[in-house]
Design a binder for this molecule. Structure first.
Ligand SMILES: [Zn+2]
Length: 434
């Protein structure tokens, strides 16, 4: 009998950024005399853009004038562009640095850092800027004419970013608690060796320098919290499902690695792994890790996974980490299920039903099916394992051999990233400081 594993997108990036990652920035306020047009305080910031996402993001476009969130990184260069509405004057784009407010968990403060006039390129307005923050942060937008919110249409929005960091990275595989041999009999060292080989094969076009293996019980300051002889269940053994305090391992070469945390299992039923989309952080940072389980929790116990499935879970989740969407969107991806969890920045935006890439086919069955009716959300991209999908429907999907297909078939054969997906991964890697 064929088995299925399911990968679910339940991203809470915006919430987690606002809660956790404010920077002490140096503000660059341009004294250009333009009246400040703050994001509309009566208009919740519901949509976000991260660079080089090719999905349509029509809801972000429609809300650009009154305020959306842009994810920005230090030293990176950005352009925001959209089609010209010839019925309206050219609007100014204002950008606002956000900061935490001590008295409120739900509100953020903002300070204007840019007022930009567009350059006209063909039929589009293009706004260009660089980011001088010292950490990844969120900037908010407003779009206006003479101190009033822009009344024209914003169509075909694109947010592009270019970073100058290297296209190399290392992986720190952090083993937490006791670990058994995998279903196919591999120990941790054998699993790590296969993981490096498969990451190098699947992530073509960028370089994985080294894969380190570190054991949580050997951590120089936190080791005593992670006993080597007990199975670690992420979300149970600690509240932090991502076990992110172990990220940014204090050792030369590992501080800025991609942290893959290997645990016994994850507390949520059928979930094999979690990551945030466009996580944005290589090294230390809240929820900056990719977490994967050796076992998956089932209703009647635990299922031990093969080394290949454990590794490919990490490969898929790392794709999200570097900014990839699923090739075929699930209802949960778009926040259309009651248990979709935290705001993922594109809730209800049906224009994002496709990833926008021309070299990844789309399978409508995924959206129409009852996929992800079960399972709990935990504020990340999850990969699930269950067995209730129609085999005929899933096997007809043209994107089933793509790593970012949200359902992986055990008999799928060779899976890979497309060329355009690898371009996004490479550009994100070069934006993430490391
Ligand atoms: Zn996924």
């Amino acid at each position: 009998m064929k088995k299925f594993c399911k990968k679910v997108w339940i991203c809470g990036l915006l919430c987690f950024l606002w809660a956790s990652l404010f920077t002490s920035c140096s503000e660059v306020v341009e004294a250009d005399g333009s009246p400040e047009l703050s994001p509309d305080p009566s208009h919740p910031i519901a949509f976000k853009l991260y660079p080089n996402d090719m999905a349509r993001n029509d809801s972000a476009a429609a809300n650009l004038a009154r305020g959306i969130a842009l994810i920005v990184h230090p030293g990176a260069s950005y352009t925001l562009s959209f089609d010209i509405d010839s019925t309206q004057p050219a609007p100014e784009l204002q950008l606002f640095h956000t900061y935490d407010l001590k008295y409120s968990k739900d509100l953020v403060g903002s300070t204007r850092v840019r007022t930009l006039s567009p350059t006209v390129v063909g039929n589009r307005y293009v706004y260009s800027f660089t980011c001088e923050e010292n950490k990844m942060t969120i900037w908010l937008t407003s779009l206006g004419v003479d101190g009033e919110y822009f009344k024209g249409k914003v169509d075909n929005i694109r947010f592009q970013g270019i970073g100058s960091y290297s296209d190399h990275f290392s992986i720190n595989l952090i083993v937490v608690g006791s670990m058994d041999k995998t279903l196919d009999g591999k120990n941790v060292d054998e699993l790590a060796s296969d993981m490096l080989r498969l990451f190098r094969e699947k992530y073509y076009g960028i370089t994985v320098d080294t894969l380190y293996v570190r054991y949580a019980h050997n951590h120089p300051t936190l080791g005593s919290y992670y006993p080597a002889d007990q199975p670690w269940v992420a979300g149970v053994s600690s509240d932090d499902l991502f076990v992110s305090e172990l990220a940014g391992w204090p050792e030369e070469g590992l501080r800025n690695a991609l942290n893959i945390v290997l645990v016994h299992s994850i507390k949520n039923k059928d979930v094999m792994g979690y990551s945030h989309v466009f996580s944005g952080i290589l090294g230390a940072g809240n929820q900056s890790s990719v977490v994967i389980g050796e076992y998956v929790k089932k209703s009647d116990g635990y299922e031990l996974l093969s080394s290949y499935n454990i590794i490919m879970t990490a490969v898929h989740e790392t794709g999200h980490f570097f900014g990839l969407r699923h090739t075929s969107t699930t209802r949960r991806d778009l926040g259309l299920l009651a248990d979709s969890g935290e705001d993922n920045g594109n809730v209800g935006d049906l224009s994002n039903i496709e990833d926008g890439l021309t070299d990844t086919p789309f399978c409508e069955y995924i959206f129409r099916s009852g996929l992800y009716k079960s399972g709990e959300s935990a504020g990340g991209y999850a990969l699930e394992r269950g067995s209730y999908l129609s085999k005929s429907g899933i096997h007809a999907c043209p994107d089933q051999n793509n790593i970012m297909f949200p359902v992986t078939l055990d008999d799928a054969g060779t899976v890979s990233f497309s060329k355009q997906q690898m371009e996004i991964i490479r550009s994100s890697l070069m934006i993430f400081p490391h």
